[in-house]
Design a protein around this ligand. Structure first.
Ligand code: HEC
Length: 116
């Protein structure tokens, strides 16, 4: 009984000892990778909003657009919209901006006359 218990205790501390530095590493890595952007809303306001808030690009909010669609368009461009590379918007921030747009409700304020 006794040796089994101490082995278990050792195993537990090993897992803790391993996962803690790993957690810290991954935290540091992501902090490094997206030092430029602070989440999806930040990217939207600093980049997308310059066109999509003022009617140069179509309204994106409240349409439940899937993040995969949004990220594909941002990476590849879409007719009048320029493409943005990973060196400008990293993958993680792009994913976040996709989710942010998908979740954002339609703006109540102005109703667009230009929409079909
Ligand atoms: C320089 C202006 C500009 C910027 C910046 C911009 N867009 Fe666009 N975007 C456009 C225009 C213009 C269109 C419409 C293209 C067309 O139909 O010819 C468009 C279309 C889109 C569409 C397709 C909409 C639809 O109705 O299917 C998505 C999604 C989109 N943009 C996402 C984004 C995201 C996310 C960002 C920020 C990372 C962004 N755009 C930044 C101009 C811009």
């Amino acid at each position: 009984m006794f040796p089994y218990q101490s082995r278990k205790a050792c195993w537990r501390s090993c897992v803790l000892g391993l996962s803690l530095p790993l957690l810290m590493l991954s935290g540091a890595a992501s902090a490094d990778g997206d030092g430029k952007w602070r989440g999806g809303q930040n990217v939207y306001e600093k980049v997308c909003g310059h066109c999509h808030d003022i009617g140069v690009g179509p309204e994106l909010f409240g349409r439940g657009l899937p993040p995969e669609y949004i990220t594909a368009i941002v990476r590849n461009g879409f007719r009048a919209m320029p493409a943005f590379t990973a060196s400008y918007i990293d993958d993680k921030s792009l994913q976040e901006v996709g989710e942010y747009i998908q979740k954002s409700p339609a703006r109540a304020a102005k109703t667009e006359g230009s929409k079909p």
